[in-house]
Design a binder for this molecule. Structure first.
Ligand code: GRF
Length: 203
């Protein structure tokens, strides 16, 4: 049975595209049935429309956003959600209803350089300012708080001496496009087992 996937986006949607491509190549036992965007201008919306996937632009008001999100996830009979470059907050009610069924990708090696204020270029600026020698990306289940859920996959990249936030972000994005689809593939094949803070990969 194909898992029914909802994707939450805010920007370019390259992570969503990476998942779409792996679905198209038959690697993922899932189907993207809905895209929810926090911004009407997100290029991710164009990607979804080109693929014939229904799009919902979420309200700015948090209470209305929660109400619309829950209604849409119900309406489309969604099994799991992925946050692909999503900059909004997922409300407790959604997290509780979809416990260990919401996957986020963060462009650092959690628990470093994550949490409130660490998103987009701010992450890479902090890594460079600290003088870290390694960074990377993490997929994790979404729990209460920001970037706090159980870690699923991580890929590391070297920080080069002449890196800028942009060059580091680009190196990490390549790895995001590997671990995001792989995480979704494992989830859709029921190969992820959460044991407390640990996620076991049954493969
Ligand atoms: C990426 O740079 C990534 O670090 C983070 O969100 C940004 C935009 O991703 N996950 P996308 O191209 O919208 O998927």
């Amino acid at each position: 049975m194909l898992k029914r996937i909802a994707v939450f986006v805010s920007g370019g949607g390259s992570n969503m595209q990476a998942v779409m491509d792996k679905i198209d190549s038959g690697d993922i036992n899932g189907k993207i049935v809905l895209v929810l965007s926090s911004s009407p201008k997100a290029y991710a919306i164009t990607r979804a429309e080109n693929a014939g996937i229904p799009v919902c632009v979420l309200p700015k008001d948090l209470a209305q956003r929660e109400e619309v999100t829950l209604a849409k996830l119900e309406e489309y009979n969604v099994d799991c959600c992925i946050l692909a470059g999503y900059l909004g907050i997922v409300s407790s009610a959604v997290i509780q209803k979809y416990e260990n069924k919401i996957i986020n990708i963060h462009p650092s090696l959690i628990p470093s350089f994550c949490g409130k204020g660490y998103y987009g270029h701010y992450v890479h600026e902090a890594v460079l300012a600290y003088g870290a020698k390694v960074s990377g990306c993490t997929t994790h289940f979404v729990a209460e708080g920001i970037d706090t859920g159980a870690v699923i996959m991580q890929h590391a990249v070297p920080v080069m001496q002449d890196d800028t936030p942009e060059t580091l972000a680009a190196r990490i994005l390549v790895q995001e496009h590997i671990i995001m689809p792989e995480t979704v593939r494992l989830f859709c094949s029921d190969k992820l087992k959460v044991e407390g803070r640990t996620v076991k990969i049954l493969e």
